[in-house]
Design a protein around this ligand. Structure first.
Ligand code: NAD
Length: 467
């Protein structure tokens, strides 16, 4: 059995405790991993603090080169990591390999980014320059839906900007992060990247620690608010990528078959456990029945199985707690609307729920108003565009939203009125390392990705010289 270790100060070390990792396809433990104590969390922060002066003094190009080295080293262990990702997270192997490909693309793109010094004035009276300085120690805390990709979303920009990082994965998906730790040990100088695990008990300690300058967080809105509060005393910088309840507005002129396929893919990717998944679809009355029928057909045809089985399209829900939560949403869906596909828990071991399509629901129903973060898509009928824009915007969230139509100009106009960090036309979850990613309202604070995201891992400094 593989032995996993924490990465603290350039050393691969045992945890002061251990914990089992459950394979969601069986509901049984498949490996045991180290679990860090509070003292080990402190040691990781101290190691990061000690690494900052040397690391931040390196030329920018040297740090860029390290990200390429990291991408190469991950690629060299691609198949092993993909398998571990499927076993701990549940996603089909093809999606796990997709997550590796995304990770590779993001790291290689970060390695091209620069934060150029901006000269505001340079004349006989003075010189003013705007610089970006590293912050120091960054803590990265992430959720369980993309354990490798999102870990690298934190590590990449944090270290490129000259910071050192302590990364903590979600308690139910520590394995890929620990493999990443082994890789980082051989790529980075000691202390630049530290990776520790917990059983949901170290987050508050890390995010309140006085030596931590910034927290990059991906997870739920409730935890994001706690992190903002716990960092208030020391005025930590925070970037919060939180929950969403993304609407898709489907106009009457679409090709139903083609659009249903795209909507299905963007609602059920990673079993619906995607912050930017379509979580409610508003469908024009003229095509409502046809769209419900087509989506139900796709849901019934989807192969739901262990992600390691060839041909699996949808795996299990990632963990027991989320499984219970989604079961609660299934009950709401049955009570509030008409379930036309799925709607049941599969009679087998593991956390399997069939992809579920529910129609005849509306705003005010729990399955429409709340973030289900699982394989249930509610379809809501509309016949008035002004009204549907207001309904799409009547949410505490504002992460993404999309409009679907053959008339791209009309769709773009409607999309521009959706209150969310990203709005799309005839696509959804269209993200990339060169594209800023942000959330309105309770969906987040700050920006990730692109130069804008990178700048959030720095502090602005003005050098102003009188001549
Ligand atoms: P969660 O907030 O419960 O946990 C996320 C992480 O925070 C875990 O590592 C957890 O151990 C840690 N944590 C828990 N309590 C903490 C505390 N008090 N202080 C600091 N850290 C703490 O979220 P989850 O249930 O694992 O993930 C699902 C949620 O994440 C969904 O709402 C989803 O929309 C959101 N999410 C958002 C994005 C995005 O980019 N916007 C991406 C993925 C998931």
């Amino acid at each position: 059995m593989t032995e996993y270790k924490l990465l603290i100060g350039g050393q691969l070390v045992d945890g002061d405790m251990t914990m089992d990792v459950i394979n969601p396809a069986t509901g049984e433990p498949f490996c045991t991993v180290p679990r860090a104590s509070t003292a080990q969390a402190d040691a990781a922060i101290a190691a990061a603090k000690a690494a900052v002066p040397g690391w931040s003094a390196l030329p920018w190009a040297d740090r860029q080169a390290k990200l390429i080295e990291l991408a190469d080293a991950i690629a060299a262990r691609k198949d092993e990591i993909a398998r571990a990702l499927t076993m701990e997270q549940g996603k089909p192997l093809a999606e796990a390999l997709g997550e590796l490909a995304w990770t590779d693309g993001y790291l290689r793109h970060y390695a091209t980014l620069e934060l150029l010094e901006r000269i505001i004035q340079d004349d006989e009276t003075g010189y003013i320059a705007v610089k970006h300085r590293p912050l120091g120690v960054v803590v990265g805390i992430i959720a369980w839906n993309f354990p490798l990709l999102v870990a690298c979303w934190k590590i990449g920009p944090a270290v490129l900007a000259g910071n050192a990082i302590v990364l903590k994965p979600a308690p139910t998906t520590p394995v890929c992060a620990l493999i990443l730790g082994e890789i980082c040990r051989d790529v980075f100088p000691a202390g630049v990247v530290n990776i520790i695990t917990d059983a949901n008990d170290l987050g508050a300690h890390l995010t309140a620690h006085p030596d931590v300058a910034k927290v990059g967080f991906t997870g739920s809105t409730a935890t994001g608010k706690r992190i903002a509060a716990s960092g208030a005393d020391t005025l930590k910088r925070v970037t919060l990528e939180l929950g969403g309840n993304d609407p898709a507005i489907v106009l009457e002129d679409v090709d139903v078959r083609e659009t249903a396929q795209a909507i299905f893919g963007n609602a059920f990717l990673n079993n619906g456990q995607v912050c930017l998944a379509i979580k409610r679809a508003y469908v024009h009355a003229d095509i409502y029945d046809a769209m419900c029928g087509e989506l139900a057909r796709l849901a019934e045809a989807a192969v739901v199985d262990d992600g390691l089985q060839q041909g699996t399209q949808i795996g299990p829900i990632q963990n027991a707690m989320q499984f219970e939560k989604v079961k609660g949403f299934l009950e709401s869906a049955r009570a509030e609307g008409t379930v036309v596909a799925g709607g049941d828990v599969m009679e087998r071991a593991g956390y399997f729920i069939r992809p579920t399509i529910v129609r005849d629901v509306t705003d005010g129903d729990r399955i429409v108003d709340e973030e289900q973060f699982g394989p249930i898509l509610p379809l809501i009928k509309f016949d008035n565009v002004e009204d549907v824009i207001a309904r799409a915007n009547a949410s505490e969230y504002g992460l993404g939203g999309s409009v679907w139509s053959k008339d791209v100009g009309r769709a773009a106009e409607i999309a521009s009125r959706i209150e969310s960090g990203q709005v799309w036309v005839n696509q959804h979850i269209a993200i990339g390392p060169h594209i800023p990613m942000a959330g309105f309202k309770n969906s987040g604070l700050g920006v990730e990705q692109s130069v804008e995201g990178l700048a959030e891992y720095t502090q602005t400094q003005v050098v102003n010289i009188k001549r």
